[in-house]
Design a protein around this ligand. Structure first.
Ligand SMILES: [Zn+2]
Length: 290
């Protein structure tokens, strides 16, 4: 009897330990970065000015209001230990067809209209935004830029747009820049992807979104591949078992309330569908060349 009890209590302890390790959310910490937070802000601001000048901004109030609302909810969910008081977040929609999104150091985030139209729910939009926001918060852009042997802030900022517009396809704007330093801002390592997935899931739950929808959105992006999908995934490579890893993290998270941006998303989606089709990035790049 005693032995039996001892054995069952030992297995109970083992079971508790396993469930504790399964249910704890992953702790994500800031890495040591040779840039200062205010350099992140400066770099991102320069690059964002260039983006706004060269890419067609949608400038549609209801759409901007929606991404602003989702973005602010997510920013408010950033834990204090990771927050950067110097960062200035902004959320813009670019009138481009590809399913893409990108964020620059220090806070500026740009969502392609194609991304909003591919998403099925506001949770899926929040998933992409939470992932991008996590790269900003964790300062992955400048961490990667610091890996370059030599860097000059002006040189980096000047090449960011080439990295965005040139992409994998024509490198029309990026011509002559080969692998620009700016690509460090936008093409992340698998380790940073893993961190952005996990922190992104945590931010979603704290903001009232279902983190499993981030996993679904990545699957949608993958399925819609073809000519309009893979750009996002080439900048944000799968760290391995992406879908399962996000779902596992989600299982450890409690969703705080409900975000209530669903109705606004539905009306924005209908609105975007009624507009003339967005141009492709290539079309815009060619027009900029003239
Ligand atoms: Zn990423």
């Amino acid at each position: 009897m005693t032995r039996h009890l001892a054995r069952s209590s030992a297995s109970l302890v083992a079971a508790l330990l396993v469930s504790a390790s399964l249910s704890a959310q992953t702790k994500i910490a800031l890495r040591k970065n040779s840039f200062t937070p205010s350099q992140d802000v400066q770099l991102g601001r320069q690059a964002a000015a260039e983006v706004r000048q060269q890419l067609p901004m949608l400038n549609d109030s209801p759409t901007d209001a929606l991404v602003e609302t989702i973005g602010r909810r997510l920013v408010a969910a950033v834990p204090a230990r990771l927050g950067q008081p110097a960062f200035r977040y902004s959320f813009d929609v670019v009138n481009l067809r590809e399913i893409n999104a990108f964020a620059l150091p220090g806070g500026p985030m740009f969502l392609h209209r194609g991304m909003l139209q591919a998403a099925r729910t506001d949770d899926e939009v929040a998933g992409v935004m939470a992932h991008e926001l996590s790269h900003v918060v964790l300062r992955h852009g400048t961490l990667q830029a610091a890996k370059a042997q030599k860097f000059q802030i002006g040189a980096i900022a000047g090449q960011v747009l080439g990295a965005i517009v040139g992409g994998q396809k024509g490198a029309i704007i990026a011509q002559g820049s080969q692998i620009g330093l700016g690509t460090y801002f936008l093409k992340y390592s698998r380790e940073y992807e893993r961190e952005a997935d996990l922190l992104g899931a945590q931010l979603m739950a704290r903001a009232g979104y279902d983190p499993r929808q981030m996993a679904n959105m990545f699957r949608t992006i993958q399925q819609q591949g073809g000519n309009s999908g893979p750009e996002f995934l080439s900048d944000h490579p799968d760290p391995g078992n992406r879908h399962d890893a996000i779902v596992r993290e989600a299982a450890s998270l409690k969703i705080a309330g409900a975000a209530t941006t669903g109705p606004a998303f539905d009306s924005v989606r209908a609105r975007l569908a009624r507009m003339p089709a967005a141009p492709t990035t290539q079309q815009v790049a060619r027009a900029n060349q003239r």
